[in-house]
Design a binder for this molecule. Structure first.
Ligand SMILES: CC(C)(COP(=O)(O)OP(=O)(O)OC[C@H]1O[C@@H](n2cnc3c(N)ncnc32)[C@H](O)[C@@H]1OP(=O)(O)O)[C@@H](O)C(=O)NCCC(=O)NCCS
Length: 188
C-alpha cells in the first residue's frame, strides 16, 4: 500500500482509522449528490473502507484518504482503480484488471475551492502512470457534475462522450500518457 504526499496533503490508503472523518464527508447530501444521490450511513462508509482494503490487496491500488497535513483533518478521498461495468464490486477482483484505470476524487465542502482535488489528482495521476503499464487514465462523472468536469479539464483530460460504467451512463474523460510528459499542469 502506497502513501503519497503533496504540498498540502498526505494520501493514506483507506483504513478503519479513517472512518470518522470519511463519514463526516459521505453523510452530506451535497457530497453524494452526483455520486450515488444518497448520503451514506456510517455502516455504508465502513463497508466502503473494507472494499477499498480488498482492492489494495488485490491490485496494489485503490482509495486513499486525503489528509490535510497542517490540521490532520480528512479533507476528502481519492482513487486510482479499475473501472467496472456493474454497480457492485465483484468477488473476483482480478476480473476487473482487463478494464481501464480510473482516477476519482471527492472533498468535504470545508475544503472545496482551494485547489485540493486537483492537487491530489495530479499526484494520483503520476502514481498511476509510474505504477501501471497503461496508456491512458479515465475519469467518469455524472453529466451534470460541472465542478468535477473542471478538475478533469485542469488535469488535461479530454471529453470522450457518454459511456456505460458502474451500471449507469456517465460522462467520460481520458488522459493520454504521452500528453503528461508534455503538459504544463502542475500542482496549484
Ligand atoms: C468535485 C470536487 C472535488 C471539486 O472540488 P473543487 O474544490 O471545485 O476543486 P479543486 O479542489 O481542484 O479546486 C479548484 C477550484 O478552487 C479554486 N481555487 C481557489 N483557491 C485556489 C488555490 N489556492 N489553488 C487552486 N485553486 C484554487 C479554483 O479557481 C477552482 O475553482 P473553479 O473550478 O471554479 O475554477 C468537489 O466539488 C466535490 O467534492 N464534490 C462532491 C463529490 C463529487 O462530486 N466528486 C466527484 C465525483 S465524479
Amino acid at each position: 500500500m502506497t502513501i503519497l504526499h503533496t504540498s498540502r496533503l498526505r494520501l493514506e490508503p483507506l483504513a478503519e482509522r479513517h472512518l470518522d472523518g470519511l463519514h463526516e464527508m459521505n453523510r452530506l447530501p451535497e457530497v453524494m449528490r452526483y455520486i450515488s444521490g444518497q448520503p451514506e450511513t456510517r455502516e455504508q462508509t465502513a463497508a466502503a473502507i473494507a472494499r477499498a482494503q480488498r482492492c489494495w490487496a488485490a491490485w496494489g491500488t485503490g482509495w486513499w484518504a486525503l489528509v490535510e497535513r497542517a490540521s490532520g483533518r480528512i479533507a476528502g478521498a481519492g482513487c486510482v482503480q479499475y473501472l467496472r461495468k456493474q454497480a457492485d464490486l465483484p468477488s473476483a477482483l482480478e476480473t476487473l484488471q482487463v478494464n481501464p484505470l480510473e482516477i476519482g476524487w471527492r472533498l468535504h465542502p470545508d475544503f472545496w475551492r482551494q485547489g485540493l482535488a486537483t492537487e491530489a489528482a495530479l499526484r494520483m495521476r503520476d502514481f498511476a502512470f509510474e505504477t501501471f503499464d497503461v496508456d491512458e487514465l479515465l475519469a467518469v462523472r455524472h453529466p451534470d457534475n460541472e465542478a468535477s468536469a473542471r478538475v478533469m479539464v485542469r488535469l488535461g483530460m479530454h471529453y470522450r462522450g457518454l459511456e456505460s460504467w458502474y451500471g449507469t451512463v456517465v460522462a467520460t474523460h481520458a488522459l493520454d500518457r504521452r500528453s503528461v510528459s508534455r503538459d504544463t499542469a502542475r500542482e496549484p
